[in-house]
Design a protein. Structure first.
Length: 102
């Protein structure tokens, strides 16, 4: 009986994840001409990534002030065009120091 439930759960998950991927391909067969829809679809992955990453940044340390300081350091360095590795390392160092001080 358990195997039936597991198989049913796997099939349901497959269906639920397959429909949103195939439905746009089937429903929209022509090129999208609306600038609003195009810009919405263009920026959607960035918005979702930011929405998933930002809370993780704030709750990644044991105290909120150290996370905010590390985020500020990362934003400042990335604003000035530093690379991904140097921004990440600086954020880690700032968070480490802030955890020790606070």
């Amino acid at each position: 009986m358990t195997a039936v439930y597991i198989t049913l759960a796997i099939l349901t998950m497959a269906l639920v994840t397959y429909i949103p991927r195939v439905l746009p391909l089937v429903a929209v067969r022509h090129k999208i001409k609306s600038p609003f829809v195009n810009s919405f679809l263009y920026y959607m992955p960035y918005a979702v990534l930011a929405g998933m990453t930002f809370p993780a940044i704030l709750y990644s340390t044991s105290s909120m002030p150290s996370a905010i300081l590390a985020l500020a350091a990362a934003l400042l360095l990335s604003y000035f065009g530093r690379g991904l590795v140097s921004v990440a390392l600086a954020a880690v160092v700032v968070a480490f120091i802030a955890e020790r001080v606070i």
